[in-house]
Design a binder for this molecule. Structure first.
Ligand code: FAD
Length: 632
């Protein structure tokens, strides 16, 4: 653990908040010194400054109680603290710092063996590391002999949905492929189910990247071999045909026309063994969603996933402990490496090497030592993802004559609503996404499962204090659905002088209305299925009842920053098009400005496909491999 010490007064304030936000019940252990230490560690991982300043924030909030009660928060008795927390939850200013503080305590406290044991829930996951001949083709950046340049046909920067697919397809054509991955290779014994472990080790910048504008939207991406596919939920949707048609007409092309493009989806699905969730794994959430939809006459169906041997450990987003999800590190990459491709891990693509204006390779730097590597190639493929790839180009000032690099960012923002039933749902021990309602897809609304493991479940309810612990005592009866909207907003990725990303994104009034409508639809669905209360994830406490909940939510005035939003699907930041003046790459994925340099990842996808995008990114990559092979 990092040594983050608090003064005695700061520690006293921190402990008071830990105990009041997380009061012990007869079953669930309450907040204590461990929770405080975990919050400091969590804050430190997000930003070392946040860890250092946490003590001051605790003292400030401790003093914020004085105008309300005449005493510091830590001097109040438990009933007084509980009453004040409830008041602050509705306070126009203090509700926000309280929300953040409660978020940190909830996220840190429940992710611990003692809590899982007390609640009779299995904690430690992780199977034995899988064997594989392909592992001989993986080399850590530290082991690299930097005295010689490496020669190959194709160098691919990034091993996620875009990079792994394009690299494997090219390797299978007999081309010599080298992959560079900034993250490490983690095998299934590393995936122990802990959310904190995952955010620290497998997420880009410890999951601290957010888009800022009229709302704060944490934007998650993977940084490990397999990219975001190694920490994703395994949901597999094709981009609907009407979206493909929309892209064709917007971009004046026919390359995405369903008649010709569908075969790329089919190939990818075959490689990923995509199939609907097995009936025995659908879980309680599917049961209530189906019941609610049937009552309302709405569409509903099991989700298709690329995890045919799934044993429902329920921690997909923290790495699959059984290796059942056919993410890139389990499917495409081993195939490519078995065909002779080589993978360097812990190696960050640093700059494109050019000769006579043409890309001839990449220089890469080890993330843990001073080692450098030059890889010469006939084709250079950037596949770092929709935020890292534009950042990489902006850092070198290349391919941006159109001023389009980093623009056109879509986020497919997500929010959620949970409901309490009188029956067992057991979402905290189930696959997070097994079922969806597609009734409102044409309006841009996707309603799909958002079950969360025990460590994340407290973040799905807008409570603190005794109300929170009571909801957690009933966690078995909680059902959660996510709402994702097809956004019209186009944000921007910029690069700060430090090299860090700066994401801007402003929700339009229409999108705010769409989010609110989506939450309303989920409330309607859950009440039709028999829920007794519903909780939209807003930054203040809202409890909806069956009699008037839907109407109340419809009439509420919700501002953009009131939604608790996240994004898992950034796309679009290296725009594709015919015209070099208005786009970064052509329809063959080659950059307009540097021949031989290709972009094959989420940044090449024109906009939100209105569903989860991994299949779309992969289908684009499957097509890109054909385009690149034809030029080599
Ligand atoms: C938590 C989570 C859950 C998700 N769930 C789903 C889901 O259920 N279904 C779905 O369809 N989609 C899901 N997604 C989205 C999906 O995984 C992504 O859209 C997809 O993986 C994007 O592919 P990509 O190739 O653009 O980037 P990534 O898959 O993110 O891969 C990029 C890789 O490039 C590496 N890289 C970046 N820069 C460099 C550099 N300079 N040098 C070397 N390597 C570099 C990164 O470390 C990373 O490993 C989820 C995403 C997340 C984060």
């Amino acid at each position: 653990m990092t040594d983050l010490r608090l003064s005695a007064a700061q520690q006293q304030a921190a402990l008071a908040f830990a105990r009041a936000i997380l009061p012990a019940t007869t079953v669930i252990p309450g907040g204590d010194e461990r929770s405080v230490a975990a919050v400091l560690e969590f804050a430190h991982n997000i930003s070392p400054g946040a860890g250092q300043n946490a003590g001051r924030v605790f003292r400030l909030l401790d003093a914020a109680a004085i105008p309300f009660t005449g005493r510091r928060f830590s001097q109040l008795d438990p009933d007084g603290q509980e009453a004040l927390l409830q008041r602050w939850q509705d306070h126009p200013i203090l509700s926000r710092p309280l929300f953040i503080l409660a978020f940190l305590f909830k996220a840190s406290h429940f992710d611990h063996l003692s809590v899982y044991q007390a609640m009779d829930c299995p904690f430690e996951k992780g199977g034995p590391p899988e064997p594989g001949r392909w592992l001989a083709q993986v080399m850590a950046g530290d082991e690299v002999d930097e005295s010689e340049d490496i020669e190959c046909d194709v160098v691919v920067m990034g091993t996620g949905a875009g990079g792994a697919v394009v690299g494997k397809e090219l390797a299978e054509q007999g081309l010599a492929v080298v992959f560079l991955e900034e993250g490490e290779l983690h095998r299934r014994d590393a995936f122990n189910g802990s959310v904190l472990n995952a955010k620290r080790r497998f997420y880009r910048d410890h999951a601290s990247i957010s888009a800022l504008g009229n709302a704060l939207i944490p934007t998650f991406m993977g940084r490990l071999v397999g990219g975001s596919t190694a920490i994703n939920t395994a949901t597999c949707f094709r981009a609907p045909e009407w979206i493909l048609d929309e892209w064709c007409s917007e971009l004046h092309t026919d390359v995405f026309a369903p008649t010709s493009f569908t075969r790329h989806f089919e190939r990818v699905e075959q490689n990923l063994w995509v199939e609907p969730v097995k009936p025995e794994l659908l879980g309680g959430l599917a049961r209530v969603v189906a019941r609610g939809c049937d009552a309302l006459g709405w569409h509903h169906a099991p989700i298709l996933r690329n995890a045919p041997d799934c044993d429902a450990q329920g921690v997909c987003d923290f790495g699959c402990p059984s290796g059942a999800r056919r993410s890139m590190d389990v499917s495409y990459l081993p195939s490519a490496l078995n065909r002779g491709a080589v993978l360097f891990t812990g190696m960050r693509g640093h700059r494109v090497l050019t000769e006579g204006g043409r890309a001839v390779g990449l220089e890469a730097h080890s993330t843990t030592s001073n080692r450098r590597l030059r890889i010469r190639a006939r084709a250079v493929v950037l596949a770092g993802g929709a935020v890292p790839t534009p950042l990489f180009l902006l850092g070198q000032g290349i391919c941006n004559g159109s001023d389009q690099v980093g623009r056109n960012l879509s986020l497919h923002p997500a929010c959620s609503l949970s409901a309490r039933f009188d029956e067992s749902i057991a979402g905290h021990t189930a696959i997070p996404q097994t079922y969806y309602c597609g009734q409102f897809l044409p309006e841009g609304l996707l309603l799909s499962g958002a079950s969360a493991p025990l460590s994340v479940a407290p973040l799905m309810v807008p409570f603190v204090g005794r109300e929170l612990m009571s909801a957690m005592a009933d966690v078995d009866q909680l059902a959660s659905l996510g709402v994702m909207i097809k956004d019209q907003t186009r944000g921007r990725v910029r690069r700060l002088a430090s090299g860090d990303p700066w994401l801007t994104y402003f929700l339009t009034p229409g999108e705010v209305e769409l989010l609110q409508r989506g939450l309303g639809r989920v409330a309607e669905l859950f009440f039709a299925a028999g829920a007794r209360e519903a909780y939209p994830m807003l930054s203040n406490r809202v409890v909806l009842k069956p009699a008037d909940g839907v109407e109340r939510l419809r009439k509420m005035r919700i501002n953009p920053w009131d939604f608790v939003l996240t994004s898992f699907h950034p796309l679009g930041t290296c725009r594709m098009g015919h015209d070099p003046a208005t786009s970064v790459i052509g329809f063959d994925h080659q950059t307009h400005e540097i021949p031989g340099l290709y972009i094959v990842d989420g940044s090449a996808v024109p906009g939100p496909p209105s569903v989860n995008p991994q299949l779309t990114v992969m289908a684009f990559a499957d097509r890109a491999a054909e385009q690149i092979a034809a030029r080599l």
